[in-house]
Design a protein around this ligand. Sequence first.
Ligand code: SF4
Length: 372
Amino acid sequence: MSATSKATAKKITPLKHGFSDALITWYKQNKRDLPWRHTSDPYALWLSEIMLQQTQVNTVIDYYHRFLNTFPTITDLAKADEDKVLKLWEGLGYYSRCRNLHKSAKIIVDQHNGVFPNTFDDVLALPGIGRSTAGAILTFAFAQRQPILDGNVKRDWARLFNYHEDIATKPAETQFWAWSQQFIDECSDPYAFNQGIMELGATICLPKQPRCLVCPVNSFCDSFKAKTQHDLPVKKKKVPVPHYDIAVGVIWNKKKETVFIQKRPDEGLLGGLWEFPGGKQEKNEALEDTVAREIKEELGITVRVDEKIMHVKHAYSHFKITLHAYHCQYIKGKAVPKAATAIKWVALNDLSTFAFPKANKKVLDMLLDAKN
Ligand code: SF4
């Protein structure tokens, strides 16, 4: 039994029988004590699954508690103002997760009387919930037998089955889902199996340094036997990530009492968050000129660009930026936003009640530090 590269999914061979029992036994004895492992509330489990996408467990724990303390029920979340919800998410990144959570809460209240649905189709129909997340919620909250396939599980399968094809392809997806389905169908405890297969990837079958010698399922692992575990999973080469210089202005009103902020459109990157206005530096343009030009183009107001406050580097999933922030003085014009959905003049001390993207938040923290 070894690697497969065919589009048709291969079955688990007899050599893998016993794997799920070994995994479940190990999970029950070694699982990490995580807050969402003490609840069967589908709302809390849904929240944890969404927060854990692209984010480390240690980062998520505080956010998870704060979110549930502020919005203890789906109805509380559905009724909340979007700015308040985004503020609780500030710093976690991937903000569409938060907006979809909020939208889904409203749908659950409108269409399911505020009760989280328990059928696969109803769960999958909620914004921001894909097949694996739906499977996880239904297994953990409703004791259903549903397969899952997140990044950890893909890595587990690629190594356990010594799978040498690019894991980002359709045939790989088909094959991995088939293995997830076959194991969940035959295992004795779907909850422990799904938790265990994720736990294996998160704590033992690590991306760079798999801990094969202490791995509870190394006797079932084809890549361990073939000594190919460090070559797996195979991922197609990443294209280089572009970098942009972004220049923004902290625009002060004439009395220097308030500064100008704007709200990004709901859809797209950092949707619904507040920010200082500005934009991308053009070729051969001085950063100060970028600030004045962008503010004029986007808002129709004239500012004087004064001293630089700071610059911040930040990486998004598909590009990197250096954000350069400048003090600006409002000169003239009535602000009419082209893209922003709201604008405000806000006292410096009140700015921290708004949700900002991480790089803008660093500028704000610097302004507050300088003032105090
Ligand atoms: Fe991963 Fe190594 Fe365990 Fe195989 S033996 S599942 S490569 S940790």
